[in-house]
Each structure stands twice: as C-alpha cells, then as structure tokens.
Ligand binder design. Structure first.
Ligand code: DAT
Ligand code: MG
Length: 140
C-alpha cells in the first residue's frame, strides 16, 4: 500500500496552550508515523506561500499575523490515506461546530477574533501536501 505524507502544523495557539503533546498523541494513537518534527517561528514570507490559496481573502493578513505570533510545531505524518485521515482527526475549520472527538471540536473554541484559531493545520490534498512539505522541510 502506498504510504502518503501530510504536513501537520500545531499552530501558535496550540503551542501556547501546551497542546503539542496532545495533538501528537492523537496522531500516534491513530496509528500514523511521525517522520519529521520541528518547533519554529515562521516568517510572513513562508506563511504567504503556505497559504497562497487564500491570497486576496480578507482573513489572510490576520491569519499570517496569528501564524507568525509564536512557534509552531511542524510535523510530517505518514501512513496510507494520512492526508484524509488527519483532516478527519482535526475536524471542521470552525471550532464552534467541529464535532466533539476531533482535535478542533475538543480543544478549540471561537474567541471572536479576526481569524479563526483552531489549533492545527493539515494538508488538504496530495498536491498541497507535496507543496507544503517541500516548503517546510526542503531536505525531505
Ligand atoms: P482549514 O485549516 O480547515 O484547511 P482553510 O484552509 O479554509 O481551513 O483556512 C485556513 C485557516 O484560516 C483556517 O484554519 C482558519 C482560518 N480561516 C478560514 N476561514 C476563515 C474565515 N472565514 N474567517 C476567519 N478565519 C478563517
Ligand atoms: Mg486549508
């Protein structure tokens, strides 16, 4: 079976709240493998590339500001159907309605800020995963 890789980020809200271990625990408990892991503070250039699909949207500026406000844990996760599998673990974008049992549903909430803070990012397709992994981990 083809192994698939996905880029997961524990966002600055997740790192600040001490939830890196909880997110990694859920990924490992699901049975996926961690193949790279790094804590770092991303700059605006990296984040503009990372979120290129959102160019022109009103929340892009606040999103980049939030994502560069502190360290993120960047993780490459591997396993058959890991892209779809992690998106399922993460839950819906809006943490208010994300299903209980998911990372966002259990651990995130709406704070009424300009950008939704929802603990994690996960690549949404094989093309996005390849692009994002090359961006965050050029040596992989
Ligand atoms: P996801 O992270 O679920 O793939 P996305 O790629 O559409 O969601 O958006 C990236 C992030 O931007 C998302 O995790 C939270 C934030 N965001 C998305 N839509 C938003 C909106 N309408 N208002 C504020 N923040 C938003
Ligand atoms: Mg997305």
């Amino acid at each position: 079976p083809a192994r698939q890789r996905t880029l997961v980020l524990v966002k600055p809200d997740g790192v600040a709240r001490g939830l890196v271990g909880e997110v990694l625990r859920r990924i490992e408990a699901k049975g996926y493998t961690l193949v790279a892991l790094e804590l770092r503070t991303a700059d605006a250039d990296l984040l503009a590339e990372h979120y290129a699909e959102h160019a022109g949207k009103p929340f892009l500026g606040p999103l980049i500001e939030f994502m560069s406000s502190g360290p993120v844990a960047a993780v490459v996760v591997e396993g058959h159907r890991a892209i779809e599998g992690f998106r399922s673990l993460a839950g819906a974008t809006d943490p208010t309605t994300a299903a209980p049992g998911t990372i966002r549903g259990d651990l995130a909430r709406d704070w009424g800020r300009k950008v939704i803070e929802n603990i994690v990012h996960g690549s949404d397709s094989p093309e996005s995963a390849a692009r994002e992994i090359a961006l965050w981990f050029p040596s992989l």
